[in-house]
Design a protein. Sequence first.
Length: 93
Amino acid sequence: MSFPSVPSVEEVRKWSPKDVITFLEAKKEELFLDDKHIKVIEDQEVAGRAFLELTADKLMRIGLTLGPAESIGKLIRDIKSEREGKNYDCVHL
């Protein structure tokens, strides 16, 4: 499975836990993640819908250290903001 740099929310919602792990493995170098960081999420069996609800705080509660938690949290925020940018292109006065 190949991933765009920022997948759509709709795409991520359909992901299995395995897809989430594959995505994180593809982003490993960019996010400075180690296998141990990805393993924490794999152990939690996080599918796409749950992945979109993760925050740095939640990631730290399940055992990630601050750096990886913030990196993954930012990635999730980027995915969500990409959706907002596509859906809200109108100007509100």
